[in-house]
Design a protein around this ligand. Structure first.
Ligand code: 0T9
Length: 382
């Protein structure tokens, strides 16, 4: 593979073999240095809001139909960041740092032109398997996105197949009181290019955005050689409550542009710059905040000092093991800071039923505070 430095060719081959004979939690496999990312998975939920104007625009839409269109437009516009930004920033998809239990990531996007400030709270709510919970809100627009993310991986035809576990619920406060809710399900991923040591993601199958109003977006994903012949293609149809006749149809590539098929107008365009999340300075961070926790490991990876990176990583892992032993000895268990785990999500159940007959229940992590508390929720138990 051209992406693999010659000194790491045999360890890459060994790593690929271990992936092939393994399914489940890839995060715990040791990978060769060239494929390591200095960024923890707890930072990933920020991808949901790198176009804060499109997020805020959901609140400005006036009808149920227009809100569903605005949600779809925002959702499609997040995909490029979610699934291709490591290729742009780091040269290929890389293996993210595997978050510790209780790891935190806080950030915001400033209020510009009256769009309101958007706040982000992320907590690693499980280490094994890795589960990340997030809450993103724009209080002045009455918008809150709550979700959690985990993965089930398998290996097929030389690619890693990733089934995303978890879902997101977007709650929109309506001007006349009450809320509209949107259940967002997540697409399946295929990680290709492994053999060459330059992995990249393609999306596959179908995801849904179901509104409590009844409007449903069905998004179908295809790679090269399918409906448009291009990578990162999608088709989306919006159907009204109780009908399967499309009211709107869109098509394009999610990493560039897409069109409204009836009018020919541009629907999404992510060729313009996105806005990365703003985070506070390292000096003000708690030890469990991602960038502070991993700072020495990240520096080692960035500077190519992999011995330092692996030494620092072992320190963190040993400290974690000790914590778990201490908890066990004390008969205590780790307490989540911002989220509460519930075994079945009533919002998921109510909305998933609308497009999926009889869905199995799903657990979730509910944000414990309210909107107004988000910017200041920085205190962490010792
Ligand atoms: C939620 C996203 C998710 C997380 C990542 C599969 C993956 C971990 C999960 C699904 C975000 O909203 C979107 C984007 C990328 C996903 C990651 C890509 C990836 O490769 C990792 C897995 C765990 C690996 O690190 C596999 C080994 C690696 C050598 C391949 C590059």
């Amino acid at each position: 593979g051209e992406g693999v430095p010659s000194a790491q060719k045999s360890s890459w081959a060994t790593f690929l073999k271990s992936i092939a004979s393994f399914s489940g939690d890839l995060s715990s496999l040791t990978a060769p240095p060239f494929i390591l990312s200095p960024i923890s998975l707890t930072e990933f939920p920020a991808y949901w809001c790198e176009r804060p104007d499109l997020f805020a625009a959901i609140a400005d839409a006036k009808t149920e139909k227009d809100r569903s269109i605005a949600v779809l437009k925002w959702f499609i516009s997040t995909l490029k960041g979610q699934y291709t930004s490591r290729n742009e920033k780091l040269g290929s998809e890389k293996k993210p740092l595997n978050p510790v239990l209780g790891e935190l990531f806080y950030g915001h996007w400033p209020d510009v032109n009256g769009r309101g400030q958007t706040n982000l709270v992320v907590e690693q709510v499980s280490h094994h398997p890795p589960i990340t919970a997030y809450y993103i809100c724009n209080p002045s627009k009455g918008l809150a996105l709550q979700g959690h993310s985990a993965q089930k991986t398998s290996f097929s035809g030389g690619s890693i197949i990733v089934k995303q576990i978890g879902h997101a619920i977007l709650a929109v406060d309506l001007p006349g009181g009450g809320k509209e809710e949107f259940l967002i399900t997540l697409p399946r991923l295929r990680i290709d290019g492994l053999w060459y040591g330059s992995p990249y993601i393609e999306l596959a199958e179908t995801s849904y955005i179901q509104s409590s109003s009844g409007w449903l977006s069905t998004i179908e994903y295809k790679g090269k050689g399918y409906f448009s012949g291009r990578s990162h293609s999608f088709k989306a149809v919006l159907t009204p409550p109780g009908s399967s006749t499309a009211a709107k149809k869109y098509e394009g590539v999610w990493h560039e542009t897409s069109k409204d098929l009836d009018t020919g107008e541009t629907f999404t365009d992510v060729t313009t710059p996105k806005e990365e999340v703003t985070v506070g300075p390292l000096e003000n961070m708690h030890d469990f905040e991602s960038r502070k926790l991993w700072q020495h490991v990240a520096r080692g990876i960035r500077e190519g000092d992999y011995d330092a990176a692996s030494r620092e990583k072992s320190k963190i892992e040993n400290e974690q093991r000790q914590r778990r032993r201490d908890e066990q000895a004390a008969g205590a268990s780790w307490q989540l800071l911002h989220f509460e785990h519930i075994p079945s999500d009533p919002v998921y159940e109510r909305l998933a039923k609308k497009f999926n007959g009889n869905p199995p229940t799903e657990d979730t992590y509910v944000f414990k505070h309210n909107h107004s508390q988000t910017p200041s929720v920085r205190s962490v138990p010792a």
